[in-house]
Design a protein around this ligand. Sequence first.
Ligand code: AMP
Ligand code: ZN
Length: 435
Amino acid sequence: MYWEKEIETMPVSELKALQLQRLQHTLLRALTSPYYRRMYQAEGVSADDVRTLADVQRLPFTTKQDLRNGYPYEFLTVAKEEVVRLHSSSGTTGQATVIFHTAHDIADWANLIARCMYMTGARKSDVFQNMSGYGMFTGGLGFHYGAEKLGVLTVPAGSGNSKRQIQFMKDFSTTIIHAIPSYALHLFSVFAELGMEPKRDLHLKIGYLGAEPYTEHTRRRVEEMFGVRVYNSYGLSEMYGPGVAFECPEQNGMHIWEDCFLVEVINPQTLEPVPDGEEGELVLTALSREAMPLIRYRTRDLTMILPGECPCGRTHKRIARIKGRSDDMFIVKGVNVFPMQVEAVLMGIPEVGTNYQIVLETQDFMDVMTVKVEMRGEVFTGDVKGLQTLQHRITTALKSELLFTPHVTLVEPGSFPEAQGKAVRVIDHRMRNEE
Ligand code: AMP
Ligand code: ZN
């Protein structure tokens, strides 16, 4: 089955030996692509420079800008005839990039997803409803092939059309769902509209949430709302998509599959490695990809390696919940702010509903940050004074986290349009001199 015990619990020394062997092999392969050949020549490095795993630090990083520069084919290491699929990164920031896969890549990817699902308890008797967008976004097809490989009945529901989703859940007795967190929260409000209670009316037991950052509070909320255990799912198109790192039943960090990825965490300013337990930017090297293996890819995602062994017995390192991207931090009045800080505060307040938005503006040459917070419906049935007290409470809580006072506007449920794909949390209307 998909409990790949030998690999998942491999002694660390063996795992490292496997990684070194795969790294050297991957490097030789990568150097057959025009982009890497040019890049390594320019930097004066070669595959021979890598004799130990630590030697990887001698190699240049690969960035999203490199992928744009090499668009579309310059990172390919196989003839085009060998390519069976392409995916595109969702363009969360800037122009999208394209990633190619051979049949072998697709099979490996499916295997990783099957491994993740099995780890969290998915079995052939389950019904898996995949509420991720199908198409260029990797969450749809990525999970789909993995779930089929595991042998569960897979409902390719796609994203959106919430009433139909709920109908599917009822009709097919769905037990496992996969969605982006913002969609799961939205879906719950549709249940409420229909007078339904997932816990009472459905058979859900497991939820996979990923593709965008969310807090521990949000996880607990979704668990409570749907009556499921939620597992964090991390991945990026440049390394297949989902299936790169996934939580085990301990729900304490995501095992990153080190047989397939070499993991580094660096300080994004100095580019030096940071020790385990310290936050930095995740850098990944693909170890088993064929069509387009990326070396030292700077993910921009901020996380840390969790020190210590996992009680589940798996030896692959765990990374902490992604705090955000180094490029989604914004600066207000000189203070660095991550959207997740705001979410962490909001989701800890019981009256707050399932959605929020941060709007940045310039007034009299000053930054002004307004947090629009969707409330639970019942909040608006109380008196105005109660609302004012609540608004004050939220403002104070945000101030103690952010160290400046934002504006807070309370809005009714359903005030934000349903997002197409990943949620847009920050809208920046500020005037910038440098732009
Ligand atoms: P894409 O490949 O364009 O779909 O997006 C990949 C990016 O989504 C990653 O680099 C992360 O920034 C984000 N992402 C994916 N999974 C998670 C997760 N579980 N938590 C936080 N961010 C995530
Ligand atoms: Zn574990």
